[in-house]
Design a protein around this ligand. Structure first.
Ligand code: MOS
Length: 673
C-alpha cells in the first residue's frame, strides 16, 4: 500500500513542526558555548536587547527555575557550568529570524574556561562500570571461564575494532513552536513520540499533563535523535513564556551536531576462541565508550553478542567514560549497530583463520536457545536468512582467497555478516470509531517519522475490522489522542498495532460506535521468551587499487522479521537501514576537536552520508516467518535491523577484495593505501 499521506507530502500539504502558521509568532536563535569546560561569567544581553526587533534574551542569568528530570540536557540554562562546547548557554527571541540570528551573533558572552577532558582511550583512568546499559541491560554478563578457554583454544582471534562518533541527520531539523494560553502549553514539535514529550515537559514546567499538548503529525526523520524530548522543546517553551508570544525555533544543521545526540564512539576488543573446525569455545566482547558530564548514556554495544552464537565460555562488558563532550544518545539500532560491526568482523577473521566458509561458520555456531538467558527463542531464522541470501547472491563456489579478483583497476570481493534486533513491544492505548457513512477511524498518539507507520496501522485496522483499508483513517501525532509509546526500538508497529488491532476487534464485535483498548496487561503478561528478528547481509565491493576508493556494487539483505505487514514500506525501511550501514562503512565519522571540543565536521558538506550515486544495487527480501508469540499481527520490528551487520559485511568484502583488514571505521581511502 502506498503511504496514505504520500500525496500530502509531495504536494507540500503535510506540515513539519515550524511550518505551522501561528498568529503573532516570534523567532528564536539558540546560542552555544564556545568553551568546552568552565563557567559563564556574563552574558552581555544589554546591547542586544537594545537592537530593534529583539524581544527577549534568555540565559542562566534570568531563566526561570525548571523541575529537574533525569536527562540533564533538559536542564536548559539552570546553571552557569559549561561542560561541553556547543552546550546551550543563551537564546534570543526577535520579530524575525534574521534579527534573532544577528542578535545571537552579537551576544558577547564571557567565560571562565578550564582545560577540558576530551579524549577517549581504552586506558583512561576515568573509565567506570555504568552498572546498566541502555535501556536497562546489565553492563556485564558472563559464564564459564572465557579467559582460560580462550588461552587453550586452537584458533584465537584477539582484535580491537573501533567505531567513530556518528550523527543522525534527519532532513527535518529538531524544531518547535511553543505557545502559551495562560498555563496551557501547546507545542508543534518534531519528535518520535508526543506522549513522552508531553509528560516530560509537564514535569519540567510543573504543569498537569492535561495542560500540555504536543502536535507532530508529520516528522521528517528521527533515527533516535528525536526519540527523547530534546532541549529545543524545553527552550522554546521557556522563550515563548519570556516573550509573551508564540515562538518558533529550528536548530540549524550545525547546532544539531552538539545538541541532539550522536552514536558514541566505541573501542571494542573481541576475543574468539575456536577449535580447528571453527566451533566457538569462548567469546569475549569488551567495550569502551563515552558519555557527557550532563547525561549518562551507555550504549548497549555488546548486547547482540549475548544472543548471536553458541559458546560455553563467554563475557560481555561495557566501560564508560565521562568527558567534556556533547551527550551521545540513540542512533538507529544503538548497541546492535556498533556491536555487530565488532562481532561480525571478528567472525570473518575466524573464517579466514580456520578456512571455514563465512556462511557455514555462522551456521555451525547457531545456538539452540538464547545462549545467555537459557530460554527459547520465539522464532529464530538466521540460518534460513543465510541460506536464502547465499542462494540469491550467488555465494556458492566463492573463492575465499583475498586480493585475487581484478577487473581493470578494481579489486573485487564479497562479504557476509549476520544481523539481529530485539522484537520489543510497549503498552499502548487506542480508540476505534464507526461512522454513519460506513467509514472507520482509529486514534492513537503514534508517530510516523517517515517509516510508513500511519499506512501500516491503516492496514492493521482494516484487517481487524474486516473492511477495506480505503474505509479507514488513522489519526496519529497528537498527545490528545490515546497514549502511545515511542517510534523507537523498532517497536512501533508491534506496540501500536496491538492496541489498534484490539480496539478494532472490540468495535467489530460490538453494536456501539466506539471501542477502546489498553494493552498494558497483555504486554506485561506475555510469556518469557527471547524475541529477536534476524538477518543476513551480503555485499560485493570494488576497490580502486590506485585511489583506495571503495564502491559497493551490490548489497542484499535477507531478513526474518515475523510477518511483513506492508511490503512496500517495509522494503523501504530495510534498504534505508542498509544504506545507512553503507554510510557507516565508508563515510560517516564525526571528528571531535581535541583542542577546543565539539565536532569539527558539523554539516552535510563535511559529514558525508550516502547519495544516490553511492547506492548502486541494494535489495532487501524476507523469508516467511510465522511466530505466534509476538502480537496479533505476528510482526517483529523492521526499522533498525537493516543497518545491523551492514558495515561488517562491506568491510568483510573489502578484506576479500584487497587482503586488507580494516578494523577502524569508516573505510576511507587512506586506510587502504
Ligand atoms: Mo531508534 S535509535 O530506537 O529511535
Amino acid at each position: 500500500m502506498n503511504r496514505v499521506e504520500g500525496r500530502d507530502k509531495v504536494t507540500g500539504k503535510a506540515r513539519y513542526a515550524v511550518e505551522y502558521p501561528v498568529e503573532g509568532a516570534a523567532y528564536a536563535m539558540a546560542v552555544q558555548a564556545t568553551v568546552a569546560r568552565g563557567e559563564v561569567e556574563s552574558i552581555g544581553a544589554d546591547e542586544v536587547l537594545a537592537m530593534p526587533g529583539v524581544l527577549a534574551v534568555l540565559s542562566c542569568e534570568n531563566a526561570p527555575k525548571l523541575t529537574p528530570v533525569p536527562d540533564g540536557e533538559l536542564a536548559v540554562f539552570q546553571s552557569r557550568t559549561v561542560s561541553y562546547r556547543g552546550q546551550l548557554v543563551a537564546a534570543v527571541v526577535a520579530e524575525t529570524l534574521d534579527i534573532a540570528r544577528e542578535a545571537a551573533a552579537r551576544l558577547e558572552i564571557r567565560y571562565r574556561a578550564e582545560p577540558p577532558d576530551l579524549r577517549m582511550t581504552a586506558d583512561h583512568p576515568g573509565l567506570y562500570d555504568p552498572g546498566k546499559v541502555n535501556p536497562a541491560f546489565p553492563s556485564d554478563t558472563g559464564r564459564g571461564d572465557p579467559d582460560t578457554a580462550f588461552g587453550q583454544a586452537g584458533v584465537q582471534i584477539d582484535e580491537t575494532y573501533t567505531t567513530p562518533a556518528e550523527h543522525n541527520n534527519p532532513m527535518e531539523p529538531h524544531a518547535t513552536i511553543a505557545s502559551w494560553q495562560g498555563d496551557v502549553l501547546t507545542l508543534h514539535d518534531s519528535n518520535q513520540g508526543v506522549s513522552a514529550v508531553r509528560d516530560t515537559l509537564a514535569k519540567i514546567f510543573d504543569l498537569d499533563a492535561s495542560n500540555v499538548r504536543v502536535i507532530s503529525p508529520h516528522v521528517g526523520g528521527g533515527f533516535g535523535s528525536k526519540g527523547t524530548p530534546r532541549p529545543n522543546a524545553v527552550l522554546t517553551a521557556m522563550l515563548a513564556r519570556a516573550a509573551g508570544r508564540p515562538v518558533k525555533l529550528a536548530l540549524t544543521r550545525q547546532q544539531m551536531f552538539a545538541l541532539t545526540g550522536y552514536r558514541t564512539p566505541t573501542i571494542q576488543r573481541l576475543r574468539l576462541g575456536a577449535d580447528a573446525t571453527g566451533r566457538l569455545t569462548s567469546i569475549s566482547h569488551d567495550v569502551v565508550e563515552q558519555t557527557s558530564m550532563v547525561r549518562e548514556f551507555a550504549e548497549q554495544t555488546a548486547t547482540p553478542t549475548r544472543v548471536m552464537y553458541q559458546a560455553p565460555n563467554r563475557r560481555t562488558a561495557h566501560r564508560l567514560l565521562r568527558l567534556n563532550v556533547p551527550s551521545p544518545s540513540w542512533m538507529r539500532a544503538p548497541g546492535e549497530t556498533p556491536g555487530m560491526w565488532g562481532l561480525e568482523s571478528a567472525l570473518d577473521e575466524l573464517a579466514v583463520a580456520t578456512g571455514v566458509d563465512p556462511v557455514e561458520l555462522r551456521i555451525l555456531n547457531e545456538p539452540e536457545q538464547d545462549p545467555e538467558r537459557d530460554i527459547p527463542f520465539s522464532s529464530r531464522n538466521l540460518v534460513a536468512c543465510l541460506r536464502e541470501g547465499a542462494a540469491r547472491f550467488g555465494w556458492a563456489g566463492r573463492d575465499p582467497a583475498p586480493g585475487v579478483r581484478r577487473r581493470g583497476r578494481k579489486l573485487i570481493g564479497t562479504g557476509v555478516a549476520s544481523a539481529t534486533y530485539p522484537a520489543y513491544r510497549s503498552p499502548n492505548k487506542a480508540i476505534a470509531r464507526r461512522h454513519p457513512d460506513g467509514r472507520f477511524s482509529v486514534e492513537i498518539a503514534a508517530a510516523d517519522i517517515g517509516t510508513g507507520a500511519r499506512t501500516t496501522l491503516t492496514l492493521i485496522a482494516a484487517e481487524a475490522l474486516g473492511t477495506d483499508p480505503s474505509k479507514v483513517s488513522v489519526e496519529i501525532g497528537d498527545s490528545e489522542l490515546p497514549k502511545a509509546s515511542l517510534a523507537g526500538g523498532s517497536s512501533g508497529t508491534a506496540g501500536w498495532g496491538t492496541a489498534v488491532h484490539r480496539a478494532c476487534e472490540a468495535l467489530r464485535s460490538s453494536p456501539a460506535d466506539e471501542a477502546s483498548a489498553d494493552t498494558t496487561d497483555e504486554v506485561k503478561s506475555q510469556q518469557k521468551l527471547s524475541r529477536h528478528a534476524f538477518g543476513a547481509q551480503f555485499s560485493e565491493v570494488e576497490v580502486d587499487v590506485d585511489t583506495g576508493e571503495v564502491r559497493v556494487t551490490r548489497m542484499l539483505g535477507v531478513f526474518a522479521a515475523g510477518r511483513i505487514i506492508n511490503p512496500k514500506t517495509a522494503r523501504s525501511q530495510f534498504i534505508g537501514g542498509m544504506t545507512m550501514g553503507l554510510g557507516m562503512a565508508l563515510m560517516e565519522e564525526t571528528v571531535l576537536d581535541e583542542e577546543f571540543g565539539d565536532f569539527l565536521n558539523h554539516d552535510l558538506a563535511q559529514y558525508h552520508v550516502p547519495a544516490c550515486a553511492d547506492v548502486r544495487d541494494i535489495d532487501a527480501v524476507w523469508i516467511e516467518e510465522d511466530d505466534p508469540h509476538l502480537n496479533p499481527m505476528g510482526s517483529k520490528g523492521i526499522g533498525e535491523i537493516g543497518i545491523v551487520g551492514a558495515a561488517a559485511s562491506i568491510a568483510n568484502a573489502v578484506h576479500h577484495a584487497t587482503g586488507i583488514r580494516v578494523r577502524d571505521l569508516p573505510i576511507t581511502p587512506p586506510r587502504l593505501l
